[in-house]
Design a binder for this molecule. Structure first.
Ligand code: ANZ
Ligand code: ZN
Length: 812
């Protein structure tokens, strides 16, 4: 029986809106309050895509289910509204980003409502709303006052495409994550957040949260904890020294040169007159390269000699000092000891410039007690032949000869520490978060520059610092705010003299690092959120979104939570207790959906043709939530047919004492309840399909069974379920019904096929009552010829009996 989704879906959406369905009741019973969050979208002109529908539907289903279980669930929605696409559109067309963004938000809202998503719209937030970014600015100032926000001149990532600096996290394989322009390094003064101060805790916290291992691994890798030592090389002249960072102090006796990064502070002082021109030319050339070009292994490792020498800390040998751009100034100490025999980059470099290569770690099989592992170790050599980066015994290393290199490493550092020539050191690859952007469509950084007083924070009472409208959007490499007269002229809050506002805006990741807090108390204009409300809802119980946010958003949000915790604003450190990533929905051709491929499925069209209930259920039925899966039009037709079949049962509902059907529904309740708890939507739907098929066989479908079925269908297919519920004669919403319980007696099959094993091998399978006792089962099994055949002449040592599952005879 087809049903008219175009009539019933808007009807129920209107009723829910009127009844305020989705609004939290704030029960005040923390044990009943849950916080379900989906990553809020950037409202783009393209509208929602099927990937949004996937994660939003999943969490909507779970939320409606928990509400029926009596929970008060916070399930909010908002807009990550600042950002470059709207600004770039303004550059092209002159249409103000606020206008474009507002239009997009309206479209997204319409689409979300058409899908029957039960967000608590009373808590909607937009990061571009001054009432919101006022608190983003307050957060900036709070970090600033605690020394966690600072301005510094540093080599930073510059994207010529976006005409702005980028955070390290926004540079992917050397190119701008957004526009793919190769990112270059520039020395610029910028604003940073001191995320590195939290490196250790951000690492340790990962062990306490229920997140996908893959995401945790990416964060660990990004934080990049690296254990090693700093080693001091004193200049030959004796009046200066350079410190290097190495993870391989065991290779100290293999050092044949020291390399400084071209930007290293010692380069000028240590370059002799004779080498000045060459070094200068080299530095200029290096400054034009991207970090990608500098770190690629295949690249020719070029460098220049400074003319100076340092002394080896243990042997006293003369070691030449070179400059090369394969050493990065902003990692470790910006200086490296070159060990060509055991480091691939050093190997290439040494061969190019004929520097000595001394083997100090010998990959010998004999010294490994396990010959197999030893042989294996010897085969996993390196991509550069002759260069051994693995383990082995120390040779050419004086008193340390013969030690395995791990032991040698510790002993060598012990000696360096004892002689004051080095110390153990842990480094992190994580860099401080660069948060200033030279763009318009973002939250202004609330600082004021005064010639007399220097950088001054905007007083809290003057927040928000609003974005002006009199700007030219054309990017010039400077913030468009620089030229807004109305914006930058301001009195210094300290001395009152004429000063100017900071004209950079904040990275939009700052906006999105704390939005989940604002939902707890979206309209508070005295605080970013009330402490009690934060306590009631946070941390987020379940967060669902795309895996592409593994390091940026998810790391920044964790950093903010840790800082707010330390500053006494929140009780928790980890913001998201559990995280799940939805898998990518591919086009019908199995490829990533893209405009150019023409394989994009537009959710609006699917809703129009098949209905919101059908797209929700179909996307959940496609496969496990976290898997990538291709769109299949036949699939959605099948899901729609399932709902029509369910609907077609209505006229058959009546009084019948049909235990078989009642049992199937109980089994379905059990399966759906358990599957929802585990976010296994696809198998829950499969069970409901089985249930409908069974009911199709009935002459009369017992009312009690059918009503129970409608209740469990409701979270998945809310409109149709409400309509069916009404047709069944109810005048209240099905969502006011408690989630059905199953009777455990009714979900067991009475007769099962119990396997009989002898020494774990299957020898028979007998139809028996599920509740059969061990004694009875033993008797039956021993009456089976195939079992006795295998027991003959043997002693039964033990009988393993798992009630309802199996019996196993262990014989000797
Ligand atoms: C000597 C050595 C011998 C090294 C050897 C490796 C193998 P991670 O794991 O990333 O911390 N290094 C140190 N600072 C660097 C910089 N600023 N730019 C480029 N390379 C730098 O790597 C640490 C290793 O990378 C250090 O250990 C150093 O080279 C190099 F057989 O020191 B090693
Ligand atoms: Zn860019």
């Amino acid at each position: 029986m087809p049903y008219n989704h175009k009539a019933i879906e808007p009807k129920w959406q209107k009723r829910w809106e009127e009844a305020g369905y989705g609004r939290t009741t704030e029960t005040g019973r923390p044990e009943d309050q849950l916080y379900h969050l989906v990553m809020f979208p950037y409202p783009s002109a393209a509208g929602l895509h099927v990937g949004h529908v996937e994660s939003y539907s999943a969490v909507d289903i779970l939320t409606r289910f928990r509400r029926m279980q009596g929970k008060d669930v916070l399930f909010p929605m908002g807009w990550d509204a600042f950002g470059l696409p709207a600004e770039n559109f303004a550059v092209k067309t002159g249409v103000h980003p606020a206008v474009t963004t507002q239009k997009a938000i309206e479209n997204y809202t319409r689409q979300m409502k058409s899908l029957g998503l039960s967000f608590d719209w009373s808590r909607e937030v937009s990061t571009a709303d001054p009432a919101y970014y006022r608190w983003t600015q307050w957060l900036f100032l709070t970090l600033y006052k605690k020394g966690l926000a600072y301005r510094a001149k540093a080599p930073v990532n510059w994207c010529d495409g976006c005409q702005t600096v980028l955070a390290n996290e926004q540079v992917v394989d050397g190119v701008c994550e957004r526009c793919k322009t190769v990112v270059v390094q520039k020395e610029l003064e910028q604003w940073f957040f001191r995320i590195t101060q939290y490196a250790d805790r951000l690492l340790a916290g990962l062990d306490t949260i229920d997140w996908p291992e893959k995401i945790k691994a990416m964060q660990r890798n990004w934080i990049g904890r690296s254990e090693g030592a700093e080693v001091v090389f004193v200049a030959e002249s004796g009046d200066a020294s350079v410190t290097v960072f190495t993870t391989r102090p065991d290779t100290l006796f293999g050092v044949s040169y020291v390399v400084l990064a071209p930007e290293h502070a010692l380069v000028d002082a240590w370059t002799t007159a004779e080498h000045k021109d060459e070094v200068e030319a080299y530095r200029l050339q290096a400054s034009k390269k991207s970090e990608l070009e500098r770190t690629q292994l295949e690249k020719d490792k070029a460098g220049v000699f400074t003319g100076s020498f340092v002394l080896h800390p243990l042997t006293g040998a003369r070691v030449p000092v070179w400059v090369s751009d394969y050493v990065l100034v902003n990692y470790g100490t910006g200086a490296v000891m070159g060990v060509p025999a055991h480091d691939e980059r050093d190997w290439v470099f040494a061969h190019k410039y004929s520097l000595p290569v001394t083997e100090v770690v010998q990959a010998t099989v004999w010294q490994n007690p396990d010959p197999v592992a030893g042989a294996h170790a010897a085969t996993v050599s390196t991509s550069v032949e002759g260069c051994w980066t693995g383990a082995g015994a120390l040779v050419n290393s004086g008193a340390f000869n013969g030690l395995d290199n791990e032991t040698g490493k510790q002993k060598i550092v012990d000696v360096l520490e004892a002689q004051g020539k080095g110390k153990r050191k842990v480094n992190y690859h994580l860099r401080d978060w660069l948060v200033s952007r030279q763009r318009y469509w973002g939250a202004p950084i609330p600082m004021i520059w005064c010639d007399a007083c220097g950088a001054q924070p905007v007083p809290d009472t003057d927040l928000p610092v609003r974005l002006p409208d009199d700007v030219d959007f054309k990017p010039t490499g400077k913030s468009p705010l620089v030229d807004s007269k109305s914006f930058h002229a301001v009195a210094c809050p300290s001395c009152g003299k004429a000063a100017r506002r900071e004209s950079d805006t904040m990275d939009t990741f700052v906006d999105s690092s704390w939005y989940y807090l604002r939902y707890c108390d979206a309209h508070n204009d005295a605080e970013f959120a009330d402490r009690e409300k934060l306590r009631a809802w946070c941390p987020v119980d379940l967060y669902v979104g795309g895996a592409e946010h593994a390091v940026m958003h998810l790391l920044y949000a964790r950093f903010f939570a840790y800082t707010l915790h330390d500053l006494g604003y929140v009780d928790f450190e980890e913001p998201f207790t559990a995280l799940r990533n939805q898998g990518t929905i591919l086009g019908p051709d199995g490829e990533k959906m893209s405009k150019s491929r023409g394989n994009v499925v537009n959710p609006d069209e699917v809703v129009e043709q098949y209905g919101a209930d059908a797209i929700r259920c179909y996307e959940m039925f496609m496969g496990p939530l976290e898997d990538a899966k291709p769109w299949d039009t036949k699939g959605i037709v099948g899901v729609r047919r399932f709902m029509e079949r369910a609907n077609s049962l209505l006229p058959k509902v009546g009084d019948a004492a049909d235990m078989e059907t009642i049992k199937i529904v109980h089994k379905t309740v059990k399966k759906v309840t358990e599957d929802l708890g585990a976010l296994k939507f696809n198998t829950a739907i499969a069970q409901m399909m089985t249930c409908v098929n069974a009911m199709m066989e009935c002459k009369v479908v017992p009312r009690i069974a059918f009503e129970t079925f409608v209740k469990i269908l409701a979270p998945f297919s809310p409109h149709l379920a409400e309509e069916m519920w009404e047709t069944l004669g109810h005048d209240h919403s099905v969502f006011e019904e408690p989630w059905p319980k199953f009777d455990s007696e009714l979900v067991v099959d009475d007769v099962i096929k119990m396997p009989v094993q002898v020494n774990g091998k299957l020898r028979a399978a007998l139809h028996v009552a599920k509740t059969i006792s061990e004694e009875e089962m033993k008797t039956l099994a021993l009456a089976d010829a195939n079992v006795t055949k295998f027991l003959e002449g043997k002693e039964v040592k033990k009988i393993i009996f798992i009630p309802g599952r199996l019996i196993n005879f262990v014989v000797g």
